[in-house]
Design a protein around this ligand. Sequence first.
Ligand SMILES: [Zn+2]
Length: 300
Amino acid sequence: MTALPYFLLFVFGTAIGSFLNVLIFRYAPEGRLFDAKRLGGRSHCPYCGHVLGALELVPLLSYAIQWGKCRKCGHRLSAQYPAVEFISGAIFAGLPLFFNSFYAKSSILFAAFSLPAWYYILVLVWITVFLVWLTIVVIDLRHYVIPNALNAILLVCGAIVMFITLRYDSLLFPFRDSFLKQYQLIFSPVSGIIANHLLGLIFGLVLFGALVLLSRGRGMGLGDVKLAAVAGLLLGWPDIVLATMLSFILGGVLSVILVLFRKKTMRDKVPFAPLMVLGFVLTVFFGAALITGYFHLFSL
Ligand SMILES: [Zn+2]
């Protein structure tokens, strides 16, 4: 296995991350996310308006060389720039590696164009999903809102994943239509790929819809309900159940810590999307391993 293709994917990913930063920084909750007028115009320092030159636009490196400061006015720049660029690069390089191992495909990415086209599409859709999740986390942290356009992209991705899994199930490694692998059998009341994905969607919709109704919109918003529903379609049943449980556990632990350290009170607004996304991501990467560990804990 040569590392070069993955390095190139990482570099490409940081450039996409640079674009995501533009999308995030120029977003205002009252406007649309993909607004040509807002997205047009050259990148500039938010503090002094200095228009960035070619070298200042290089992802990660420009931030490092300038010590995280504007070259003109010396104002400290947000750590969000390198963070989003790095995570985006890691998504581009890491997801193909992960899925190659998950589906037991050859890990030689470019030498192995013998892999069927649908497989590349599947991995590309998952890369898109992770990029959208990243964007949602940062926007929710900044504005306590999830743009509808992002949930709409996830809905389309969920439908594509469902249909590819359905169409090529026989070509997939056994038990790879769920990130819980063989454990999906214990928890699935229905069999059938479409049924599981639709059940996941309904689970997200009903559970989070009920939470919004019960809390009268104080805890969560409709954006969270949509995020949970499309994640249900994408991950399917029973994956979405594990993902949701993980996000609630993480949320509980985090609330206790924040209240103990008096960073927040019980009445404060907390953005929930980052916790949900953390639950989704943990389920994708460690779903089956977490359940194995859980069973071992109780020696089952
Ligand atoms: Zn400046």
